[in-house]
Design a protein around this ligand. Structure first.
Ligand SMILES: C[S@@+](CC[C@H](N)C(=O)[O-])C[C@H]1O[C@@H](n2cnc3c(N)ncnc32)[C@H](O)[C@@H]1O
Length: 356
C-alpha cells in the first residue's frame, strides 16, 4: 500500500462536528476566515484538549508519566505471539475478522503495542487515547519497532476523548477498545458516537469484564483488603472505581445498548475464571514469579470445567463483546444472536456483511 493511495482521515470538531481543514504546517483550522483549532505536534493532534474531560485526563497523564511502557522495542513476531498468550486475547483477535484494507479506530489504547499487529494484517490504524502522554509514549515505541519502516504510512496517533470523536460520519470499518468501555461515564453518548463514525455494516469490538457473581463475592470479601491496598498504591480513576464496585457487564445491558443504538449481531463471549482470578491475585500480591507454575494449572482447571459443564460460558470474567452497524438494506430491527451454538454465546459474521 503506497502513501498516495491512503484516504486521508477527515477530521471534525469533537463537540460541534464542524469540518476541520489542514492548513500549511499541519494545523487544523475551522471556518472562513480560518480559525486555528488544533496544532500538529509531531503529527499528533490533541483533540481531547477540546472536550473538557480534564479530571480523567490528568489522572491518566500522571499514570503514564510515572509508568513508561515496558519492554520496547517490539517486533512483528513478538506481537503475533502476544495475541496467542491467553484465550481472551485469542477470542478478541478472532472476533475482528478480516482486517485487510480496513480502517480500524483504536480507542483508549493507552501505551499498548499489541494492536500494532493489526498493521501486519493489512489494516490502517488510528491509534488514540485520552492521555497525550500515552500517545507520545506509544508513538515512540512504534517508531523504534521494526514495524515503523514497513507500516509507518498506515498509522496515526491522536489524543481523543472516546465520548467526543473527531472523525467524520461513516469513516471507519472497525471501532476497537480493550479495557476501555467500563471507564466511560456515558455509554449512551459513547455508542451514538460509535454508530456515527462506523460505516454501514462496520463493527465494534471490546474487551471488558462480564458480571460474574462469584468474582464479585471474592472482591467484596477475601480480595477486598488487597484491592484497597492496590488502589491506594497505584491509584484508580473515579470511573474505574465505579465500574469495579458495580462488576462487569451483563448480557441484558449489552442487548439494551444494541437496541438503543440500532446495532445488530450482539457478540457476548465470556472466558477465563480461574486463570483470571489467579493472574489478578498473584500480580496484586507481587507474586509474578509464581505465574509460570500457577497459570498452566488454572488453565487446566478452566478447560476441564468448561468441557464438562460449560463453566466459563456462564461464569467467565473476561468478556469479548460488540455489535455490527446496520447496512441500511436489512429487515426490521431486532437483537440477533447466533442460533447455531447451544449456549448462544458466539456470533458468526458473514464477511459480505462487513464494510468494504
Ligand atoms: C485500563 S487502560 C487500557 C489501555 C489499553 N487499552 C490496554 O489494553 O492496555 C484504560 C485506558 O482508557 C483510557 N481512557 C479513559 N477514559 C477515556 C476516554 N474518555 N476516552 C478515551 N480514552 C479513555 C485511559 O487513558 C487508559 O489508557
Amino acid at each position: 500500500m503506497s502513501p498516495e493511495r491512503l484516504t486521508p482521515t477527515i477530521f471534525v470538531h469533537p463537540t460541534t462536528k464542524e469540518a476541520l481543514f489542514r492548513a500549511a504546517g499541519g494545523a487544523l483550522v475551522l471556518g472562513t476566515p480560518p480559525r486555528p483549532i488544533c496544532d500538529s505536534k509531531q503529527e499528533v493532534y490533541d483533540f481531547a484538549a477540546l472536550t473538557g474531560n480534564n479530571g480523567d485526563r490528568l489522572h491518566y497523564d500522571d499514570v503514564y508519566a510515572r509508568k513508561p511502557p515496558r519492554n520496547p522495542p517490539v517486533s512483528e513476531g513478538d506481537l503475533a505471539r502476544q495475541w496467542q498468550a491467553s484465550p481472551d486475547l485469542q477470542q478478541l483477535l478472532a472476533s475482528l475478522g478480516d482486517l485487510e484494507g480496513r480502517t480500524v479506530l483504536l480507542l483508549g489504547n493507552g501505551v499498548s503495542p499489541r494492536e500494532f499487529h493489526f498493521l501486519s494484517r493489512g489494516a490502517r490504524c488510528i491509534y488514540t487515547d485520552l492521555s497525550l502522554a500515552a500517545l507520545h509514549a506509544a508513538r515512540n515505541v512504534f517508531l523504534t519497532s521494526d514495524l515503523a519502516r514497513r507500516f509507518g504510512n498506515r498509522i496515526e496517533f491522536h489524543a481523543v476523548d472516546a465520548l467526543h470523536l473527531p472523525f467524520a460520519d461513516a469513516s471507519v470499518d472497525l471501532v476497537y477498545g480493550r479495557a476501555l468501555v467500563h471507564h466511560l461515564n456515558n455509554l449512551g453518548l459513547f455508542f451514538s458516537e460509535v454508530a456515527r463514525v462506523l460505516k454501514p455494516g462496520g463493527r465494534c469490538r471490546f474487551l471488558d469484564d462480564a458480571y460474574c457473581p462469584a468474582w464479585q463475592l471474592l472482591k467484596r470479601t477475601i480480595l477486598r483488603p488487597l484491592q484497597q491496598h492496590t488502589h491506594r498504591r497505584h491509584g484508580i480513576s473515579p470511573a474505574d472505581l465505579r465500574a469495579t464496585q458495580k462488576g462487569g457487564f451483563t448480557r441484558p445491558e449489552i442487548e439494551q445498548l444494541a437496541r438503543d443504538h440500532g446495532f445488530r449481531e450482539v457478540l457476548f463471549e465470556r472466558s477465563l475464571f480461574f486463570e483470571y482470578f489467579c493472574t489478578r491475585g498473584t500480580l496484586k500480591l507481587g507474586g509474578q514469579f509464581l505465574l509460570p507454575v500457577l497459570l498452566p494449572l488454572c488453565r487446566g482447571v478452566d478447560a476441564v470445567l468448561e468441557r464438562y459443564c460449560g463453566f466459563t460460558h456462564r461464569h467467565g470474567v473476561r468478556l469479548v463483546w460488540g455489535f455490527r452497524k446496520e447496512t441500511g438494506r436489512e429487515g426490521p430491527m431486532g437483537v440477533e444472536r447466533d442460533r447455531t451454538t447451544d449456549r448462544g454465546n458466539h456470533v458468526h459474521f458473514s464477511d459480505n456483511a462487513g464494510s468494504g
